[in-house]
Design a protein around this ligand. Structure first.
Ligand code: MN
Length: 201
């Protein structure tokens, strides 16, 4: 079954003022759709066309070499954005609680130190990419990836990720990526992040 862009789980203007409505339309309807179209085009007729996107990204080395980079970029783009929409929400923000909050304190010292390290990973990602909170098999860690790479391809479980491609923030924040990263905490859907953590933590 070919990939499809999942419907946005809230209104396009629901993340304002942190993320403006026009950015959400372009990002979800145009950018995400383009990744889906290109991934479907590359996978069509291969044994991978019917596989879940996670399985494809965990086995990129087995994807036919002439399609591998296109699949890496675009199946990655599809997976990353499908997660990203769910990790945000209206009336969100605040701090994580429960086992996830404990794990963050244990790994990074405090919630504030976690936020600082995550922001730093987003700022230092040169060009386009993502910053991530992952579970690497032994505990929580912060990593960043270029382009549309996902930590799942390195055997790490993505628990939270922020898109630092310019298309994610430029209309509101222009060149001020650090301001976008500061504001982004206001829309993080911590219950969703905790749900992912409960499966790996
Ligand atoms: Mn994006």
């Amino acid at each position: 079954m070919a990939y499809e862009v999942p419907p946005l789980p809230y209104d396009y203007n629901a993340l304002e003022p942190t993320i403006d409505e026009q950015t959400m339309h372009l990002h979800h309807d145009k950018h995400h759709q383009a990744y889906v179209n290109a991934a479907n085009g590359a996978l069509e007729g291969t044994e991978w066309a019917e596989k879940p996107v996670e399985e494809v990204l965990q086995n990129l080395g087995s994807v036919p070499e002439d399609k591998r980079q296109v699949v890496r970029n675009n199946a990655g783009g599809h997976y990353n954005h499908s997660l990203f929409w769910e990790w945000m929400g209206p009336n969100a923000g605040g701090e994580p609680d429960g086992a996830l909050a404990d794990a963050i304190k244990s790994a990074f010292g405090s919630y504030d130190e976690f936020k600082a390290k995550f922001k730093d990973a987003g700022i230092k990602r040169f060009g386009s990419g993502w910053a991530w909170l992952v579970h690497d098999g032994s505990g929580l860690a912060i990593v960043s990836t270029p382009n549309q790479d996902n930590p799942i391809s390195d055997g790490k479980a993505p628990l939270l990720g922020v898109d630092v491609w310019e298309h994610a923030y430029y209309l509101t924040y222009q060149n001020r990526r650090p301001d976008y990263l500061d504001a982004w905490w206001n829309v993080v859907n911590w219950p969703k992040v905790a749900e992912g953590f409960s499966k790996v933590g």
